[in-house]
Write a protein that binds this ligand. Structure first.
Ligand code: PGU
Length: 407
């Protein structure tokens, strides 16, 4: 009997707003079902993709008898950490050359954000973090649980389906000195709207003049433009001014290593001595949380990043993924235009990265799921990476029906 359980009073929690979409999709038996919920890359055939270069690196690791399964140090694989910092900050970054960056391997982007947040909650004088509205749904939960207090800044303007730059500057301008600010490094999730480089420069000047601490979430490096360096430019301009910042990196999307949980947290400090003391405290955050990170995924990344042939191969495969997403944007836009679907859909081709923030409301989304078996998050976000030439007509029909039925 239920009432015999010591857990009898536990109430059922709701499914996760993003990962729960996949749970619902998996239960659907329709042959036409389409999962545009989670941000995970699919091929034209709708299949998950393991990059060739990842297969090659894994083969290399399997054949290498010197590979062992000992515990990694608390901070993870040293090569992986060095190469990850180089990837985001640039090979010629003065901050790296001056040894004032500490990088620790963490459990993908989420784990990197969590470790960074716990460090800040313990050791930084200002415990308020500003996150954009909207943002990835896990951000407020990660920061709250780590002990930070979460506030928001205006980011997206539904009227223009673009950046509310004035609102952003006003809100950051009104933030208390020293506050932490979460910035999406590129390919903002869920909106697909990024500041221009000129706007980034103004954000940088404002933040530095107020002593606001930047915390970059870099989950899509290479996915916005198809170029790893171009996508890291906003982060690099902040580091180039000599100031301090944090950056959480994920290899889930750009190397397709989702389930391997590979990521890194870097903290750029003013001096080498500060960086090494910060690292000593990061170890105290990590040790009681999960002791030390897993070895396999980080070894794959390090193998690819340190070999120039494999690195080049990776950039080609990454560009192909980014290009396929861009072509899906065009195909969906063309199909809606050809059908004469009411409304302006040009934001589909203007937005960048993995997602389109369609502007469809939760009622329209529920209708599309019920009648067309199309799964997406209730805020109207669709993962363009889940779409293919074959499924564009089905999605077009569904959007057309949804907007003509509920306007
Ligand atoms: N930061 C942002 C902005 C993200 O979009 C995601 C993943 C992460 C961090 C965390 O990714 P890791 O897998 O921990 O490296 N967002 C995807 C994936 C599903 C999810 O919600 O975790 C998404 O669909 O929004």
């Amino acid at each position: 009997m239920d009432s015999d359980s010591v857990f009898a009073s536990v109430v059922r929690a709701p499914e996760d707003p993003i990962l729960g979409v996949t749970v619902a999709y998996n239960k659907d038996t329709s042959p036409n079902k389409l999962n545009l919920g989670v941000g995970a890359y699919r091929t034209e055939e709708g299949k998950p993709l393991v990059l060739n270069v990842v297969r090659k690196a894994e083969q290399h690791l399997v054949n290498d008898q010197s590979q062992i399964k000992e515990y990694l140090p608390i901070v993870g694989l040293a090569d992986f950490n060095k190469l990850s910092a180089k990837l985001i900050f640039g090979a010629d970054s003065p901050a790296i050359q001056q040894n004032r960056v500490t990088t620790v391997q963490c459990l993908s982007g989420t784990g990197s954000l969590r470790v960074g947040a716990e460090f800040l909650a313990k050791h930084y004088h200002q415990r308020t973090i500003y996150i954009p509205t909207p943002t990835w749904g896990n951000h407020p939960k990660i920061f709250n649980l780590a002990g930070l207090s979460v506030k928001t800044y205006r980011y997206y303007d539904p009227a223009t389906r673009g950046l509310n730059f004035q609102g952003l500057l006003e809100d950051l301008g009104a933030a208390p000195s020293g506050a932490i600010v979460l910035l999406h490094a590129c390919a903002h999730n869920p909106t697909g709207v990024d500041p221009t480089l000129e706007q980034w420069e103004l954000i940088r000047q404002l933040m530095r003049s107020k002593g606001l601490l930047p915390f970059f979430d870099s989950a899509y490096q290479g996915f916005a433009s198809g170029n790893l360096d171009a996508d890291a430019q906003p982060v690099r301009t902040f580091v180039a001014d000599g100031g301090e910042c944090l950056a959480a990196q994920s290899y889930a999307k750009n190397m397709g290593l989702y389930g391997e949980r590979v990521g890194a947290l870097s903290i750029v400090c003013k001096t080498q001595d500060v960086a090494s003391r910060v690292e000593s405290q990061l170890k105290l955050v990590i040790r009681p949380m999960y002791s030390n990170p897993p070895i396999h995924g980080a070894s794959i990344v390090a193998t690819i990043l340190k070999d120039s042939n494999m690195y080049n191969e990776w950039t080609v495969e990454l560009k192909a993924m980014a290009d396929r997403i861009i072509s899906m944007r065009q195909q969906l836009y063309d199909a809606l235009s050809a059908k004469g679907t009411p409304g302006d859909w040009s934001h589909i081709i203007k937005q960048i990265g993995m997602f389109t923030f369609t502007g469809l409301n939760s009622e329209q989304v529920a209708f599309m799921t019920k009648e067309y078996h199309i799964y997406m998050t209730s805020d109207g976000r669709i993962s363009m990476a889940g779409l293919s030439s074959r499924t564009v007509p089905h999605l077009t029909d569904a959007i057309h029906a949804a907007v003509t039925r509920f306007d």
